[in-house]
Design a protein around this ligand. Sequence first.
Ligand SMILES: Cc1cc2nc3c(=O)[nH]c(=O)nc-3n(C[C@H](O)[C@H](O)[C@H](O)COP(=O)(O)OP(=O)(O)OC[C@H]3O[C@@H](n4cnc5c(N)ncnc54)[C@H](O)[C@@H]3O)c2cc1C
Length: 312
Amino acid sequence: MFGSASKAFFHLLAQSRILKKLATRFAMRSPKSFVHRFVPGETVEDAIGAARALEALGLTETFDHLGESVSTLPEAVAATTDYLDVVRAIMESGVERNISLKLTQLGLDVDRASAVDHLRKILELAEPAGFFVRIDMESSRYTAVTIDIFETLWQQGYRQIGVVLQSDLYRSEEDLRRINTLGARIRLVKGAYREPKSVAYQKKADVDAAYARMMKTLITDGHYPAIATHDPVMIDLARRWASERGVTPDRFEFQMLYGIRRDLQGMLVEAGYRVRVYIPFGRDWFPYFMRRLGEHPANVAFVLRGIVGEYR
Ligand SMILES: Cc1cc2nc3c(=O)[nH]c(=O)nc-3n(C[C@H](O)[C@H](O)[C@H](O)COP(=O)(O)OP(=O)(O)OC[C@H]3O[C@@H](n4cnc5c(N)ncnc54)[C@H](O)[C@@H]3O)c2cc1C
């Protein structure tokens, strides 16, 4: 995890409309663009192409049609229609049926009931077709409402859905205990957002310690949990913890982001573990991309080298 000051800086840049406009117009234009390292393209065909390449290497995937913080109802309706098209395209392609989405993309900031209706619409198409639908977790402003919506849908009988918990939030260990008793699938992450100390650990060591505790609980008592991290220390710990307790590698999966630690992804597959890669795609790639830069200083150098290379 990069320092919290840099996280804050890149989150600020991510909100810049001018930068976003420029980046969206120019940065993806070449097939060799530096953005492609983290986002395979703007169309669902680009994403499916990336998925096929991953599947050929023994990996699986989840698709994220990028978009968040939609501020009007028509935009939320359009994002939902787009997602329904993505689901249909994945069905036709024959690649694995697994998607991730954000509630603010479906209109949570506009009107909660509409966002839930939109999610239900997607579930009505996706569930019977064998999709798994993961609700991504956004900043702490949305934690309670996201979990509440997830639990309501679970109570209504939707079973092919899962949620994400962030180890940097104090509340997450309690959330884990409650959600785990439902029998639901949890993706465990460290947390990508800059959070205040009133709600979240500020030191990396504390976030990591909470991650380790939650990961151990999930591996022994979870329901096909997803250990989503690129951290070799956490991955080693998960492997050791599982093997010492006789938890076989088919009872959980590792998850990583597209383009990040591809070496580790391949090594885990070779060692017999399941690895799912999160494939983000779409025109609205800028905020996602900026979060990845804020996490890891080497990515900034990678991007700068890419820019110099492309515009030389
Ligand atoms: C599949 C998946 C889904 C996710 N979904 C969510 C979500 O719904 N909500 C949410 O808040 N967060 C989500 N995240 C992001 C997560 O919260 C972290 O911000 C991110 O994974 C970085 O933390 P880390 O666990 O990899 O460990 P860190 O301690 O941050 O990093 C450990 C090592 O991983 C490598 N690494 C980490 N990040 C990068 C990077 N950007 N580029 C290159 N190398 C890197 C480096 O080698 C680094 O030393 C998701 C992550 C994954 C893998």
